[in-house]
Design a protein around this ligand. Structure first.
Ligand code: ADP
Length: 637
């Protein structure tokens, strides 16, 4: 659902980029056209200024000429006397004292001649014209006629770009205003001072201006193209950068959404009690299982303090110890609380939680709660049973101790009296021999007492056996009774001491004894020494006489324990017997000396240390006895 929403707010970067590219192109093109247009206007302005200056100059020369009432110039082929002045002025033509002929040049004639020169030399056209020309050649062309007419309406000048003989020109016309000095010749035409008499049109070629314009346009093109290209690159790279960032953000968002969805799914479906609290310790979410176990509906718990669901004692512990520490460190592990169900029943739980602050500084936390009520009950039951068992064991040990102790005195008596009996029989026989009784009586008495010494021997053997059994029982019960003095044990030292007691045997039998470097452990030095003495003793005792003996002692650390192994290549133990050899008085081979108590004592000592002992053996190949002991303070195996 969330996944779809995110697209609604996505910035359509590609569309915006295209629009920006079009906009930038239009902007650059508009600027180029505007600049070209401005430049063109300027070119026309320059042409106009040029034309105006030419016109002004014409006007000045004309004024100068009119001011002098005309000027005399030598008559040459190009400057014939002006036929339009004939009769208008008295001295049109004069001859100097030296005989040189001069003719009068009026302003109009002069202007025309200068214009003729301009046409050939400078390609600049000039034309003096009027709506009422004296000279027909001065008649106005259509544009000039329009301009002259506009002068009559009050305008003083006109200008236009036009084609003359296939070439582009700027045409300019300025009005010729009748001045006082003009009336001398033009009064006859009816002009008064201030009247518009006509105009002078000047045509300036545009080619040179156009060439300059073309140069400027080239520069404009180059400048605008560079700016356009730069802008396009900027837009494209900018867009690519935004797209890349957007994609990265999107990917991160996708990952976040997926993990959020996964989190929600787990939260809803996990068969575990989970809850989240905010920085005020109030519940913001709880898992379905949480609600099921405690028997609440979601809206009954959200917004309430998580501690509201604890027993009085747990709540105090949470407020005083756990929560302050949790908000400081962001973690808490295996906190033993008691939650109270809606129906008032208390359950034991282990709570572990983590918390972190998001960018806005809000606390997000997740607590995982394991219901250990059943485990706790089972533990309590086990503890109760084990206490009971310990009590029974202690009682049994006491019985064994007392019995074995009390049995000793009658045994000592039996031993003493059997000795006495032997002695008495011997004395009886010697008394009979000394006092000379008949052979028949002697033979009969001998027959009665012959078996007595052998019987006494059997009684003594039985007493010895019973004595060693009682000794074993006493040792066994003492092992159970004795308090352990637990300390770190240097097993290399302890093992070399234990093995040292077998040096004589090693020398006699040539058995190979190998002791590897051993890890340390924790235990009662005397009792652990007893364990390994028994095991090594058995390894020697049950070697196979058919092959040379080899005994190896090794050790390693595993899962918080130190595990030692006493291995021999002896006769081995049948699979069916491997369990029962640890039980009391279990001797597999009665011919071998022993009481079947050694391994029972080993097991008792190891278990008192919280350790474990087991055997791996193959008949005819050898046995490995393993002893696992705690290697750290407080470790229970
Ligand atoms: P015992 O005094 O008879 O040795 P233990 O309790 O030490 O009593 O041993 C019980 C029995 O386990 C022994 O009688 C013997 O048959 C068997 N056993 C013990 N250690 C070994 C071994 N290393 N190899 C083979 N059999 C063994």
């Amino acid at each position: 659902m969330k996944n779809n929403n995110k697209n609604i707010f996505r910035f359509p970067i590609k569309r915006y980029t295209s629009a920006l590219l079009v906009f930038w192109t239009i902007m650059v093109l508009s600027s180029l056209l505007w600049n070209i247009n401005e430049e063109e206007d300027q070119v026309i302005q320059f042409a106009k200024i040029q034309a105006e200056s030419l016109f002004d100059k014409d006007l000045l020369y004309r004024r100068w000429n009119a001011g002098h009432g005309g000027v005399y110039v030598p008559v040459i082929e190009e400057t014939a006397p002006n036929p339009y002045l004939e009769g208008l002025v008295s001295e049109r033509d004069i001859t100097t004292h030296s005989g040189k002929k001069l003719t009068l040049i009026n302003p109009a004639y002069m202007t025309r001649q200068v214009h003729e020169l301009g046409k050939t030399d400078k390609n600049v056209y000039g034309h003096i014209t009027s709506l009422k020309p004296i000279r027909p050649e001065n008649a106005a062309d259509p544009w000039e006629t329009e301009a002259l007419k506009s002068f009559e309406l009050g305008k003083k000048e006109a200008g236009v770009v036009a084609m003359i003989d296939g070439k582009e020109y700027f045409r300019f016309m300025g009005a010729l205003v009748t001045e006082k000095r003009c009336l001398k010749c033009h009064e006859k035409q009816g002009y008064k001072e201030g009247d518009i008499r006509g105009g002078i049109s000047v045509s300036v070629p545009m080619a040179e201006h156009r060439a300059i314009l073309a140069g400027h346009i080239k520069i404009y093109f180059f400048e605008h193209f560079t700016a356009w290209l730069f802008g396009i690159c900027l837009i494209i790279f900018g867009s690519l950068w935004i797209i890349r960032n957007d994609r990265m953000r999107q990917n991160a968002e996708d990952v976040l959404i997926k993990s959020e969805e996964k989190y929600r799914y787990i939260y809803k479906n996990t068969p575990a009690m989970m809850h989240s609290i905010n920085s005020e310790g109030k519940l913001v979410s709880v898992s379905e299982h949480w609600l099921r176990v405690l028997g609440y509906e979601e809206d009954e718990v959200i917004g309430r303090r998580s501690t509201d669901f604890l027993t009085e004692a747990s709540r105090k512990y949470a407020k005083d110890v756990v929560l302050p520490n949790f908000f400081k460190t962001g973690i808490c592990r295996d906190i033993h609380y008691q939650f109270v169900k809606k129906n008032g029943e208390a359950i034991d739980v282990l709570l572990s939680a983590i918390s972190e602050k998001d960018e806005a500084g809000n606390v997000r936390s997740l607590a995982m709660i394991i219901d250990i009520t059943e485990r706790k009950r089972a533990e309590e039951e086990r503890e109760r049973l084990s206490k009971k068992l310990d009590e029974k064991n202690r009682e049994l040990e006491q019985v064994v101790y007392v019995t074995s102790h009390d049995l000793r005195s009658p045994l000592v008596n039996v031993h003493g009296y059997s000795k006495e009996l032997g002695r008495a029989v011997a004395e009886l026989m010697s008394a009979l021999t000394r006092n000379g009784i008949s052979n028949e009586v002697m033979t009969e008495v001998e027959e009665y007492v012959r078996d007595i010494p052998e019987s006494i021997n059997y009684v003594n053997a039985g007493i010895d056996k019973m004595n060693s059994l009682l000794n074993g029982l006493l040792q066994y019960s003492r092992t159970g009774k004795r308090e352990l003095i637990i300390e770190d044990l240097d097993m290399n030292k302890l093992m070399s001491q234990a093995a040292g007691t077998f040096l004589f045997q090693i020398k006699e039998t040539g058995v190979k004894l190998d002791v590897s470097d051993l890890p340390s452990c924790r235990g009662d030095a005397d009792q652990i020494d007893q364990v390994f003495s028994n095991l090594i003793g058995n390894a020697f005792k049950y070697l196979d006489p058919e092959r040379s003996g080899s005994i190896k002692i090794s050790g390693d650390r595993s899962e918080g324990r130190s595990v030692y192994c006493v291995e021999d290549n002896g006769i081995g133990i049948a699979p069916d017997d491997q369990e029962r050899i640890f039980a009391i008085f279990n001797q597999l081979d009665m011919k071998v000396t022993g009481e079947g108590l050694g391994l029972t004592i080993v097991k008792k000592i190891v278990e008192k240390h919280g350790g474990e002992v087991w055997v791996e053996s193959e008949e005819g190949k050898g046995s490995k006895f393993f002893v696992a002991l705690p290697n750290k303070a407080g470790d229970r195996v």
